[in-house]
Design a protein around this ligand. Structure first.
Ligand code: NAD
Ligand code: WQD
Length: 342
């Protein structure tokens, strides 16, 4: 049988590059489309090195519909995984139009072009941010979404709704929104990983850069929350496990023509880990001491969120497998590789 091809928009980035590897491992063809606005070619080159496949790369802005149409004309694919978006929460509050324009327009163009070219399956990168400060924990896919507290979060809610309504209205389109919790870690080869530009906003890249001596000291934002050790609780999902969730989601749509048409899945571990527990685990598994201090709470942080993963476990047959120890070892191995540390 001819191998199926998947278009991966934003595939040069952190999650997209790891997903490209897992798609190829699963026997699918991959085409990457990215404008490198938050990445460089090292992600694609890493994918090529790991898989030995000369993955096609197109430098294109998904917001430029005419340019993007050429990708649809050139390649035969029935499935799309749409990662291309801006993701910095604070920046989205400071410059909302940048986020609405990029994240909404790119997504709407893809839906339009999929209809125009009669392409059927799409996975959308959503986020646990859509739950806000949830009333019940862990959150299930039925837990009500709260009004978004950032323009970034709002784009995720809006794109979910655009997908839901498009699937309901236009025959032939199937969609899955994956709500990622906190993706961390790197590929075991240490050839691809997270490459934040400037000062990292997320916890694990800040930790690894502090361990590497790039940052002087990690601030733990708050130790006076109503949690077991006073620091915030999150559900940290390994990047390779997360990548594999995309493979099963795409295959579900390709293989079974009768599956429900629009579905949402939480992609997490189901386990709540505190900031201090994460820091201590990083120190233990990598046998080093991290320079950190407790600092005031970060405005806008939710106290605690973690996933109920039963729906993904049962319906997708997917489960997070890699241990937090291994994930944090991989994060440090990647940082060392990037910095040339032995
Ligand atoms: P990333 O920035 O590493 O990857 C996104 C990629 O999309 C980048 O390579 C960037 O150059 C590209 N891109 C952005 N706008 C584009 C456009 N208009 N046209 C073409 N390419 C464009 O981010 P990531 O962490 O890999 O995130 C991927 C997706 O997952 C995003 O949609 C993000 O919102 C979502 N997400 C990420 C997290 C997280 O913590 N990393 C959590 C939940 C959801
Ligand atoms: C995790 C915990 C911080 C940095 C964000 C987005 C969310 C999603 C994932 C895209 C929190 C604490 C952090 C630091 C710290 N992205 N922290 N010191 O805020 O849970 O989620 O990324 O969809 O939308 O909001 O992730 O990694 O920033 O923070 O103490 O230097 O680490 O307070 O408790 P967050 P994070």
């Amino acid at each position: 049988m001819k191998q199926k091809t998947v278009l991966v928009s934003g595939g040069a980035g952190y999650i997209g590059s790891h997903t490209a590897v897992e798609l190829i491992n699963a026997g699918l063809n991959v085409v990457v489309a990215d404008n490198l606005s938050n990445s460089d070619m090292s992600g694609v080159e890493g994918v090529r090195k790991i898989t030995g496949v000369d993955v096609p790369f197109i430098n294109v802005d998904c917001c430029d519909k005419e340019a993007f149409r050429k990708v649809f004309e050139q390649y035969e694919f029935d499935s799309v995984i749409h990662f291309a978006a801006f993701k910095a929460v604070g920046e989205s509050v400071a410059d909302p139009m940048k986020y609405y324009r990029n994240n909404l327009l790119s997504f709407m163009n893809i839906i339009d072009l999929m209809r125009e070219f009669d392409r059927h399956n799409i996975v959308f990168s959503s986020s646990a941010t859509v739950y806000g400060e949830a009333d019940e924990l862990p959150v299930t896919e039925q837990t009500p979404r709260k009004p978004a507290t950032s323009s970034y979060g709002n784009t995720k809610q809006m794109c979910e709704d655009i997908l839901r309504d498009s699937v309901a209205a236009y025959g032939g389109l199937k969609g899955i929104a994956l709500r990622y919790f906190n993706p961390i870690g790197a590929h075991p080869s240490a050839l691809i990983g997270e490459l934040p530009r400037g000062v990292p906003q997320n916890l694990v890249p800040f930790i690894t850069q502090t361990a590497a001596g790039v940052r002087e000291c990690l601030s733990v934002f708050g130790d006076d929350y109503d949690t077991p050790d006073g620091s915030c609780l999150r559900d940290y999902i390994d990047i390779v496990d997360l990548a594999k969730a995309h493979v099963v989601a795409i295959k579900r749509m390709i293989d079974d023509k009768n599956k429900e048409r629009y579905e949402i899945f939480n992609v997490g571990t189901g386990r709540a880990v505190s900031v201090l527990e994460l820091v201590n685990t990083f120190e233990r598994v990598n046998e080093l001491k991290l320079n950190y201090k407790v600092a005031p709470r970060r405005p806008g942080d939710v106290v605690a969120i973690w996933a109920d993963t039963a729906h993904a476990n049962e319906e997708l047959g997917w489960k997070a497998e890699r241990s937090l120890d291994d994930t944090l070892r991989s994060a440090w191995a990647w940082e060392k590789n990037v910095r040339g540390i032995k």
